[in-house]
Design a protein around this ligand. Sequence first.
Ligand SMILES: [Zn+2]
Length: 148
Amino acid sequence: MTQAQGDEHWMQAAIAEARLAGAEGEVPVGAVIVHEGQIIGRGRNKRESSQDPTAHAEMIALREAAERLRSWRVTDSSLYVTLEPCCHRNKKTPPCTDALLAAGVSRVVVAMQEVPYVDSAALEGLVSATETTSGPGSSPSSTPWSGV
Ligand SMILES: [Zn+2]
């Protein structure tokens, strides 16, 4: 399987989660985290059903992945999410993105950006930050987020 085929495959799993969220009356966002060729975390937006402002798909997937790995460091993992992690209002680092960076997720694959809140510079920051943190010996805190 090429990386592109893999991405397609895992994104389908994220889309399936998004469909479930939609069926539950939520904003349809889904996410999966893949580690060593397996899904270790799944999440779908549950803001309404759990009345939790942080119950975003990627946060739920990240929590499950951390539990599965028994570590808050979800390194060597890829997140597939149907919508860009959180919104980039006021150019502040969004909470989901902070969590992903802190966990050291190596790769983030996004199917769709949230218009009109998207800030492409912030997205580029996320992409380069996650690529940077996947390198050996690099620290998730040394990301190019500051000032974005
Ligand atoms: Zn979020």
